[in-house]
Design a protein around this ligand. Sequence first.
Ligand SMILES: [Fe+2]
Length: 206
Amino acid sequence: MSILDKVVAAVTPPESNEQRAEARAKARNAAHDGDWLSLVLDHHEQIEAAFAAVKGAKDAGSRINAQRRLGILLTGHSIAEETVIYPALVKAGEQAHSTKAYTEQSAAKVQMGLLEDLDPLSQYYLDKLEHIRGAVAHHVYEEEGNWFLDLQAKLPPADQAKITFRYKEEFSRYTTNGEGADADAVPPAIAGSRRSEGIISTKTRN
Ligand SMILES: [Fe+2]
């Protein structure tokens, strides 16, 4: 059994539905309209609804369609987190949370890939789907319960604005074939960053 398989196999969410709801309500309370945290919470809710749609599909065709929609949401959301939010965790000194987050999302990608090869109307399929759903629910609870609230508390406003911009850009790039992402758009500058210094010095030379 690979490490990634073990991560998924070990998941029996230790937290209750009430604890999950409480964590979400607290995270919603901390989020501001349109900021990175509110977008992440919206996408977590959409992912939960997409899991339910796959399980509830009555025939093979509609189940595969629902699975494809779930896959697009999961991949778009995870790419945006892995490209933008988890690096911000490292910057905020939360290396352990970041490493765990990458590992858990890689495990989910592996299992979603394997799900594609199963008969969509079989019990094997439903068992694997439930396993992935449980692993994702636990991962979401970790993010909403404290990882992201800690991140929000630690990052300065300029960094918050930048990760909101970049999270939206990466999610949109995957979920809308890039139509919602502007390749020439420049993210908000981060105070004191080498990147902003570089932009300023280039402009000065011109
Ligand atoms: Fe997430």
